[in-house]
Design a protein around this ligand. Structure first.
Ligand code: ATP
Ligand code: MG
Length: 736
């Protein structure tokens, strides 16, 4: 039968073992995700299980989408009714049906980090505490950590030590939860916790889902936290057909409460567990896989396993020693351009770094060269001010109890509703135990006539929009909001570039809404807002787009690329300096390195810089210990510095370095002190000569005409972006 023919024996066993608890413990690239996909298809096609009875949990929405597509491809349709989704998406669905049992209304909204901060600041103020001593961000992370471990406000002090401070944090936590409830809002962690609360307090609801989900599968199980574990345990306890797949070597969310014991103790927790190991890696070359195995073998707290592959040997891992972070970026991009000139695509390349701050230098060079790239992380589209404003309007229309969103937009654009007025309204709301919006509807007694009229006008506008909401599509509603609130008009008043870009973003938001309406079965405003709340950066990554991918190592989990750059491989950068003193944290960094190495299919580049300007100071970091853990025979060195130099000598070398390999690709300018700081890497383009009037194609800007040309520079007028001056040696230009 073709469905399982494309699997190896261990994978096939995993697909066929449909009944009872099953733990698939396997290294990177061994086909864990593939097993889940085939298992779902097998259950439906061969065992006649209804799609309705299957729940598959993935780590990101993107992974869920991909899994659904693959299952569809195997089944030829019919994948629609399967719940393939993240923990959060599954829980939101469950809550949406039944949250009323635990005292929220079904129109609840989901708060993001910035809403949470606003709310926390209110709590700290209300408790008369000092924000400097009880930093809202620190409070947020303390509360979130507690929630990951399922510790409530009342148990907080008991769990973390009953000192004065912890008691106060417990108070903040309690008030924060009360306020969330009053606003009919959940934060991200609550989504899981409230589902558990719902199940525990309403056995009939739990019973319904327990019976429904006859087969449950969880991918990336090593990164589940205590709450997610509970949830899975509750859901699976009736049929007990639970299959989890994971890799203890890829557990990288310990800092976010993931508990590796969930995987290590699985056999204890679920009686009669069958364990299957997958040992063949299908993703990487032999050399890449060996490097990964060798690095992770240095961790003590792991189940021993060794991956092998039948793939080619491949080429050695290139370790490039850069003079500084600019040189590092130039090198990577030179290699990418070289590869593209040989027929590879930009999308075959990923640049992975430890922290988001490292992306800037790469972005600068990519922009300068006009190379298409896609960065995952950084400022999210939905975090932009104008988008958040419109979302806040929509949230209030959906859920008028949401004071936080209401406060955000009540005076945006400016309507003359000031802080003083709002505090009076807050006070009245608190006294009467009603929401801010309700207080606004009945404010004649507490506000002077003119102010009351201004508020009245605002309330009238909002209630008109609420009426629109009942009959209009989401797209229409957004258009009405933009128009009736005067939001767009305000932006149009001043024709600055910033405002233009805000208007463009709002147009993009309308596109998001349209796409949602085309795709989604449930087209309600509620569903739209949920969708937005649950997207993460990785979800927006479109692999078909031909662009270099920039992201953090955490973001790259589960993905694969032909060519990978692991950059910033220095002590203090990766591993992070704060992880270097703590054995457990260091092991987590090493697992992260293992994740990074195993993303590469064909070629791995590792770069480190002798000197790096990061977080505002210049550092001379030795190469990362993780690089030194890779056996020398797998490595090919490039760049500044001879191999085999001890760490203590490195700093000296940093000041006197000569490029070790100066092939035709490299040229070098000397910095002030003889330190090569700004040498640029060139492609050998001597064959290409540009002349005026020529039609050319640029990788990012498309077709253009050369209007000026010298040996080193060309000026091209592009149809897309107009005139650009480019360096002949570096620009991704070809004559057409
Ligand atoms: P990770 O640990 O990174 O999440 P994984 O164990 O989930 O990896 P997959 O992503 O499922 O591994 O598989 C890695 C690659 O190997 C994919 O491209 C997949 O299609 C391929 N692959 C897995 N099993 C087989 C097989 N039996 N035959 C051919 N290709 C396979
Ligand atoms: Mg996987």
């Amino acid at each position: 039968m073709d469905l399982i023919d494309s699997l190896n024996e261990a994978q096939r066993n995993a697909v066929l073992a449909t009944e009872g608890p099953l733990l698939i413990l396997a290294g990177a690239g061994s086909g864990k995700t593939r097993v889940i996909t085939h298992r779902i298809a097998y259950l439906i096609k061969e065992k006649g299980v209804s799609p309705y009875n299957i729940l598959a949990i993935t780590f990101t929405n993107k992974a869920a989408r991909e899994m659904r597509e693959r299952v569809e491809a195997l089944l030829g349709g019919e994948a629609r009714d399967i719940w393939i989704m993240t923990f959060h998406a599954a829980c939101v669905r469950i809550l949406r049906r039944d949250i009323e049992h635990i005292g929220y209304s079904r129109s609840f909204v989901i708060y993001d980090a910035s809403d949470q901060l606003t709310l926390l600041k209110n709590c700290i103020k209300e408790l008369d505490l000092n924000e400097k001593l009880y930093d809202p961000k620190a409070m947020l992370s303390a509360i979130s950590k507690a929630k990951d471990k399922m510790i409530g406000p009342d148990e907080y002090a008991k769990a973390y030590g009953e000192d004065f401070r912890n008691k106060k944090i417990g108070d903040i936590y309690r008030l924060y939860q009360d306020k969330l409830k009053k606003n009919n809002a959940l934060d991200f962690d609550d989504i899981i916790l409230k589902t558990i609360e719902l199940f525990k307090s309403n056995p009939e609801v739990l019973d319904y889902y327990q019976r429904r989900f006859k087969y449950i599968m969880v991918d990336e199980y090593q990164d589940t936290n205590a709450a997610q574990y509970q949830l899975i345990k509750l859901l699976s306890s009736y049929h007990q057909n639970l299959c989890v797949v994971g890799d203890d070597d890829q557990s990288i969310y310990g800092w976010r409460g993931a508990d590796i014991r969930n995987i290590l103790d699985f056999e204890k927790d679920f009686k009669n567990t069958k364990v299957i190991k997958l040992e063949q890696n299908y993703r990487s070359t032999k050399q890449i896989l060996e490097a990964a195995n060798e690095v992770v073998a240095n961790n003590k707290g792991r189940k021993a396993k060794k991956l092998w592959t039948a793939n080619d040997d491949g080429t050695p891992i290139t370790v490039y020693t850069a003079a500084d972070e600019h040189d590092e970026a130039e090198y990577a991009i030179m290699r990418i351009l070289e590869g593209v000139a040989q027929g590879k695509s930009f999308g075959d390349y990923a640049i992975l770094y430890r922290t988001n701050a490292q992306s800037r230098v790469f972005e600068d060079v990519l922009n300068r060269e006009g190379i298409p790239y896609k960065m995952v992380g950084g400022l999210r589209f939905y975090d932009r001010k104008e988008i958040k404003d419109i979302i806040a309007y929509l949230r209030v229309l959906q859920n008028p109890l949401d004071d936080i969103s209401l406060r955000r937009i009540v005076n945006v654009p400016r309507r003359g509703i000031g802080e003083g007025t709002l505090s009076k309204l807050d006070e009245s709301a608190a006294k009467r135990g009603i929401s801010l919006y309700d207080a606004m509807m009945e404010c004649d007694d507490i506000l002077p006539g003119r102010t009351a009229r201004t508020i009245g006008k605002f309330v009238e506008m909002m209630s008109e929009l609420m009426a629109v909401k009942e009959v209009a599509t989401v797209t229409q509603l957004i258009n009405e909001v933009l128009d009736r609130t005067g939001y767009i008009k305000e932006l149009e008043k001043d024709d600055s570039e910033e405002n233009q870009s805000r208007i463009q973003n709002l147009q993009e938001f309308l596109t998001v809404a349209q796409e949602f309406e085309n795709k989604s079965e449930d087209k309600s405003l509620q569903a739209f807002l949920e969708n937005i709340s649950l997207v993460t950066d990785v979800d927006n990554l479109d692999e078909n787009e031909d662009a270099v991918i920039l992201m953090t190592l955490h973001g790259a989990k589960g993905l694969e690329f032909d060519n990978v750059f692991l950059v910033g491989m220095e002590e203090g950068v990766f591993p992070l300096s704060r992880a270097m003193l703590d054995e457990a944290q260091l092991e987590e960094e090493r697992r992260l390195c293992y994740v990074g190495i195993t993303r590469a299919r064909k070629k791995l580049y590792i770069t480190h810089a002798l000197q790096r300007n990061i977080y505002g100071s210049v550092n001379y970091n030795p190469v990362s210990r993780f690089v030194e853990e890779i056996p020398e025979h797998l490595i090919e060195h490039e760049g500044y510095e001879a191999g085999g130099v001890s760490r203590s000598e490195r700093k000296y070398i940093a000041a006197t370095a000569e490029p070790r390999r100066t092939g035709t690709l490299f040229t070098q300018d000397q910095g002030d002190f003889g330190v090569p700081l700004t040498h640029r890497h060139k492609r050998d383009r001597s064959a290409v000569k540009f002349t005026e009037g020529q039609k050319v194609q640029h990788a990012k800007w498309g077709i253009g005409t050369v209007v000026e040309a010298s040996d080193s520079e060309v000026v091209v007028v592009f149809d897309s972006v107009g005139s650009k001056r480019l360096a002949v040696d570096f620009a991704p230009l070809k004559v057409i």
